[in-house]
Design a protein around this ligand. Structure first.
Ligand code: DX5
Ligand code: ZN
Length: 222
């Protein structure tokens, strides 16, 4: 597996949004490697979540990196606000960015790490010409919009194809949507280095154990 040891990015979409600071501090204590924040605009995806203001407060509650997954149209208009709010990595959807190269470079120029996101039907070739400019590829294993959906296994060969396209580049391949413990090992074997987990953590009886087990199952040589 490329990208070093496996990491678990806890998606706060499934947390209690009326008690976000508590949920964040708790997940950090429970062993999250980073936080994954889902921003939805009600246009690109059929749901509406949070904006830069909430991210500003999330940033104050944790020292872990924030992965901000923008499921929005007009990302170019908004990336500066998310950078200012405290995002460490900023991800944009290929399907929503007609000027993907420009948007990725805009994120870099803001001093943040860009990542690109592919919906389940979007082919890996669509990102071929920005591979040298990004820190991570995020592969959706559900159609974006909601937490708690069912994992789409067609992503396995897609992850392998992306890993092959990346070659020796130190770019993470992350997977987002419906990831449960039984997927962790095969995902890592196909080349994923970062697992996004929402309901697998927040619905677990023992979230610390869920995070630990996801990471361990995705470690090379386990
Ligand atoms: C879906 C989001 C995901 C998702 C993760 O649109 O991008 O981050 O909420 O939550 P689970 O793990 O519950 O699918
Ligand atoms: Zn997400």
């Amino acid at each position: 597996m490329a990208g070093g040891r496996a990491r678990v990015a806890v998606s706060i979409l499934d947390a209690d949004h009326s008690n976000m600071a508590y949920a964040i501090r708790r997940a950090e204590r429970e062993g999250a490697d980073r936080f994954h924040i889902d921003v939805m605009d009600g246009h690109f995806v059929p749901n509406l979540t949070i904006g830069p203001l909430v991210i500003e407060f999330v940033k104050k509650a944790t020292s872990l990196p924030l992965d901000v997954h923008l499921m929005i149209e007009d990302a170019e208009r908004w990336v500066a606000a998310y950078a200012k709010a405290g995002a460490d990595l900023i991800g944009v959807h290929v399907e929503a960015c007609p000027h993907l190269h420009r948007t990725v470079h805009q994120i870099r120029d803001l001093g943040k790490k860009p990542f690109v996101v592919l919906n389940p039907h979007t082919p890996p070739e669509s990102i071929e010409f920005v591979l040298g400019d990004i820190a991570q590829v995020l592969v959706m294993s559900v159609n974006p919009g909601f937490g708690g959906q069912k994992f789409i296994p067609a992503v396995y060969p897609k992850i392998r194809q992306i890993r092959t396209m990346l070659g020796a580049r130190g770019v993470d391949v992350s997977i987002d949507g419906g990831v449960k413990i039984e997927h962790a090992r095969p995902l890592a074997e196909h080349g994923a280095s970062v697992l996004v987990a929402g309901s697998a953590v927040f619905e677990a009886q023992d979230p610390a154990k869920a995070i630990r087990e996801l990471r361990a199952a995705a470690e090379p040589g386990q």
